[in-house]
Design a protein around this ligand. Structure first.
Ligand SMILES: [Zn+2]
Length: 101
């Protein structure tokens, strides 16, 4: 397996193009080749979001941790602007959204 820095093409896996990168930090490899890590805290490429319905269950002063647990995450690739949305947590494969701009 090639190192991250030299950008040599990785061998394709039969199951998916999302490769686990050998590192202590969990990561996915974007289709553009960029390695997106999601173990960093705080993470500069991770965005949090919540549905309006879920947000509506909160009122008044709330605990940031409680809100955090209701939020989902996506990673934004800094190279190609793809969004990798983890609708069902980091233990499940993310959905890919490609910018048309
Ligand atoms: Zn990318």
């Amino acid at each position: 397996m090639c190192c991250i820095e030299c950008k040599e093409p990785e061998p394709r896996t039969s199951r998916t193009s999302l490769l686990s990168v050998e590192s202590e930090m969990p990561a996915i490899r974007c289709k553009c080749g960029e390695v997106l890590r999601y173990g960093e805290v705080p993470n500069p490429i991770e965005w949090l979001f919540i549905s309006d319905t879920a947000y509506d269950t909160f009122s008044g002063l709330i605990d940031a941790e409680d809100l955090y647990h209701e939020m989902k995450s996506f990673l934004k690739c800094p190279v190609c602007n793809r969004l990798w949305v983890f609708w069902n947590g980091f233990n499940n494969d993310p959905s890919e959204y490609v910018s048309q701009l």
